[in-house]
Design a protein around this ligand. Structure first.
Ligand SMILES: Cc1ncc(COP(=O)(O)O)c(C=O)c1O
Length: 368
């Protein structure tokens, strides 16, 4: 498919480019370069983060978990994909099953293939993962773990209601299923429901990235283990492999930003920008129904008949000069899933967003 220069790409769900963040980055890098400890840090591997990094990670995760986190349970990685690789490889042995939502972060399927695990998917509805189907899948597939994105689901943008979170925990406990909870965008809504990890800290691996709340280029992620014994099993496999260690410069930056309040300032700026972009969304996307969460980086356009045929979506959208991601791109197991398309609100500036949404609205209006 050739993309004309007039085409608007509403594809990547990463934070919008903000001048204020670029300015902060420049200032922080200057200060870090003048700190004599930086040179020393560059002569060492940053295995799982140093103590200061783990303490900062604990503080950042506490912002969602609501209680104090022991820093020794926190692992600092160079992003969520590394966290997930370590967790899936350790919790889901080859030949066994990982449950995922019917549409999910596509890389989880790639990771399953890599480690020889099988992904099976649980139904999603307009509230998120369906507890009855989660129960059925636990009984039928006897999974070792479930990978869930209950807060600002990717791609459907829902926030799973609290009662469903409790139901999922009870079912997972009954069947001995560990939960890997990915809260990538959870800081964007001001008051999302408490994470599953805060309801079941003993069986949940909590995964958080700085990518969606500060900057995707930072490449720093965290995960919190249920306890030190289970964490040792993960370390036993990965301890000597440097591919998941965060680089000193980004770990120093993330730790500094969290401890001096900069990360919260950046988050506030992203939330402010996203609130404006959601206003543009409400103004422009009037012809179709969509799901979103407050300040989410993407929304989910549902129900348009033209979006049911996976192969047609790319062509359909590009003919109208706008690129979105069809539902099939988020299919992990061969399972169907809600039909629709993920629309990013962050690619380009606000004017580009308005133009893209207008094109989409005009085209979708004809489809519905
Ligand atoms: C659910 C989810 N988790 C994690 C990530 C990426 O995290 P990281 O940049 O830390 O690899 C994404 C990016 O799209 C995502 O959608």
């Amino acid at each position: 498919m050739s993309i004309s220069h007039n085409t608007v790409e509403l594809v990547r769900a990463t934070p919008p480019v903000l001048t204020a963040v670029s300015d902060i980055l420049g200032e922080s890098l200057r200060e870090i370069s003048q700190d004599e400890r930086t040179g020393v840090a560059f002569h060492k591997h940053r295995f799982g983060g140093d103590l200061a990094d783990r303490e900062a990670g604990a503080i950042w995760c506490e912002g969602r978990l609501g209680t104090a986190v022991d820093p020794s349970r926190v692992v600092v990685t160079n992003g969520t994909q590394n966290s997930l690789l370590m967790l899936v490889a350790s919790l889901v042995p080859p030949g066994s099953v990982l449950l995922t939502e019917a549409l999910s972060y596509p890389q989880i399927g790639t990771l399953c293939n890599l480690v020889g695990a099988t992904a099976r998917s649980v139904k999603l509805d307009e509230l998120g993962v369906v507890p009855d189907d989660f129960k059925r899948c636990c009984e039928e597939y006897r999974p070792k773990a479930a990978y869930l994105i209950p807060t600002v689901q990717n791609p459907t943008a829902t926030i799973l209601p609290s009662n469903r979170r409790h139901e999922i925990v009870a079912i997972a406990r009954k069947h001995g299923v560990a939960i890997i909870e990915d809260e990538a965008q959870a800081f964007l809504p001001p008051n999302a429901d408490a994470p599953i990890a805060s309801l079941a800290p003993d069986t949940t691996w909590y995964v958080l990235t700085m990518s969606k709340s500060t900057s995707v280029g930072l490449r720093v992620g965290y995960f919190v283990a249920p306890d030190l014994r289970q964490l040792e099993n993960v370390y036993a496999r990965f301890k000597k492999m440097s591919m998941w260690f965060s680089s000193p410069i980004t770990a120093i930056l993330a730790t500094r930003w969290i401890t001096d309040g900069t990360a919260n300032r950046i988050l506030a700026a992203i939330r402010g920008e996203m609130a404006e972009r959601h206003r543009i969304l409400r103004d422009e996307l009037t012809n179709v129904s969509y799901q979103s969460s407050p300040n989410s980086l993407h929304v989910w356009v549902k129900g348009a008949s033209g979006l049911r045929d996976a192969a047609a979506i790319g062509e359909w959208a590009s003919q109208r000069g706008v690129i979105v991601r069809g539902w099939n791109e988020f299919q992990v197991a061969d399972s169907g899933g809600p039909h629709g398309a993920r629309v990013s609100l962050t690619a380009g500036d606000q004017e580009a967003l308005r133009t893209g949404l207008r094109k989409l609205n005009a085209g979708l209006g004809a489809q519905c």
